[in-house]
Design a protein around this ligand. Structure first.
Ligand SMILES: Nc1ncnc2c1ncn2[C@@H]1O[C@H](COP(=O)(O)OP(=O)(O)OP(=O)(O)O)[C@@H](O)[C@H]1O
Ligand SMILES: [Mg+2]
Length: 337
């Protein structure tokens, strides 16, 4: 879309986030999470509720805040360089904050005028409209979904507009999104996922998104997968390889089950999730014998190449250290997970 976005990638190493309340025990939210989001690829971050997806996204974007005293450490590199003011990731949260009376084009043009000095706002807006498939609704008012008299663009278009605004404002070549498809119907969720996958491929940016229970067509758009459980990496590798990887550990997806639903159930057991189908179905969880097999398999994979848990421990980058962070200063924030 713009030059700054040419071929960008993200690598992170041993991201650790620990809450240290003044009273009570410390709590590890992210435990040495390492991974990468490659240029031109869409990487999904998945895991049971509370596994740390939102926390990781904000840690990578540098927008993590905590009311409780906390420590953040680890290394983040964008395009091989330490992440910082010049090389930061665009982050799109779950809430869309847009002016209902503006049109889609006006929204993007205003955003470009406010954030992209020295560039023609109309040109930036036009490029963004085309890139995110919003040209058809360029002159439609954004609207407010909670106001029947202010009906505007659809939920999926609204979400894509938010993504466009953040892309313009951040100039980032790496896009991080926290559940961009949640609260959308199946069709709109698919349209957002298609836009993101197209953005990754055509602009050669890295897209990392957290996602809950994606439908099969969305899964086909995802290149890589990182699975978290209790703040730890359980699997990191090609999306399509996750199912056979779990099968090799004794967790084969039963016939006619949605593979991702099943795998998340397996992790929910590991998380101590209650009432899960998997709890009744599986004699062991990844916390027990399967975990030992998992670690053995990871060691073998580490020796032979591709990843399972192996990537979690690899030291791929030695980039910018997130110092004992601003999170520990206890700043209140709306972006706190
Ligand atoms: N600043 C904080 N203060 C207290 N608890 C926190 C803080 N940050 C994260 N947590 C806790 O860390 C865990 C991970 O939270 P996070 O929101 O990252 O999970 P998630 O995987 O995004 O879950 P969901 O799928 O429900 O969105 C949760 O148990 C959450 O309550
Ligand atoms: Mg979350």
């Amino acid at each position: 879309m713009h030059d700054a976005m040419a071929s960008s990638s993200l690598e992170y190493e041993r991201i650790t986030f620990v809450l240290r309340p003044r009273r009570g025990p410390r709590r590890v939210i992210l435990d040495a999470v390492s991974g990468r989001a490659a240029a031109a690829q869409t990487t999904a971050l998945m895991g049971p509720s509370g596994s740390g997806k939102t926390t990781l996204i904000h840690a990578l974007a540098g927008t993590l805040r905590s009311r409780v005293p906390a420590e953040l450490s680890g290394a983040v590199r964008v395009d091989g360089e330490p992440a910082g003011a010049r090389r930061r990731c665009a982050v799109v949260g779950q809430e869309d904050a847009l002016f209902p009376l503006f049109t889609v084009r006006e929204t993007l043009t205003l955003c470009a005028a406010l954030t992209r000095r020295g560039e023609d706002p109309d040109r930036v807006a036009e490029a963004t409209l085309r890139r995110l498939g919003l040209a058809k609704v360029a002159e439609t008012r954004v609207g407010d979904p909670s106001e029947p008299l202010l009906r505007g663009v659809s939920g999926g278009e609204r979400r894509r507009l938010s993504i466009g605004c953040e892309l313009i404002a951040s100039r980032g070549g790496v896009v991080l999104l926290d559940e961009p498809t949640s609260s959308l119907d199946a069709y709109q969720a698919l349209s957002v996922a298609r836009s993101l996958s197209g953005l990754a491929r055509e602009s050669r940016v890295a897209v990392l998104l957290s996602v809950h229970q994606p439908r099969a067509e969305i899964c086909l758009l995802l290149d890589e997968l990182q699975l978290l459980s209790r703040g730890r990496v359980v699997y990191s590798g090609p999306f399509a390889a996750a199912e056979p990887w779990f099968a090799a550990l004794g967790h084969a997806v039963p016939p006619r089950f949605n593979a991702m639903d099943f795998l998340l159930d397996v992790l929910a057991v590991d998380d101590g999730g209650e009432g899960s189908r998997a709890r009744r179905r599986l004699p062991t969880s990844l916390g027990g014998a399967a975990a030992r097999r998992s670690r053995g398999a990871a060691r073998r994979r580490r020796r032979s190449g591709p990843r399972g848990r192996a990537r979690a421990g690899s030291s791929r980058c030695a980039g910018s250290r997130i110092a004992r962070s601003s999170a520990s200063r206890g700043r209140p924030s709306s972006s706190s997970p």
